[in-house]
Design a protein. Sequence first.
Length: 130
Amino acid sequence: MKLQDYIHYYIGCPCIYYMADDDPEGYHMPLDYDIIKRWLADQDETDIKLILRKLEDMTEDDWRKVTSETKLSHDTISMESLKDSFIHGGFDDRYHWTVVNHSLISLRKIGVDVDGLIDAGLALDAKTIQ
């Protein structure tokens, strides 16, 4: 698993951008295309850590937002059903692939780790950041 395969999905999410010769605390900023271009050009000089939340740490308001952004005109999606599908798996035949894709986009947009980057050491858990 490599961060470069996932980083573009998290544009706008908070990150810490480390530069080898700068402050070891790094720069806290939203991830943007310029940061990604610099990082991809010279990964030896810089390092990026996304600051994401785990699915389990989402609030009910977060789930309501994702559900409302995911609703398609012909689909009826309950918040509990969508939440259950992401946390416990089992999308099988419950949702059309467009619903799942819309949900993933919405979750990533609010900084939720749906790709396992925290567990892989490629992102920081927002709960641990002061």
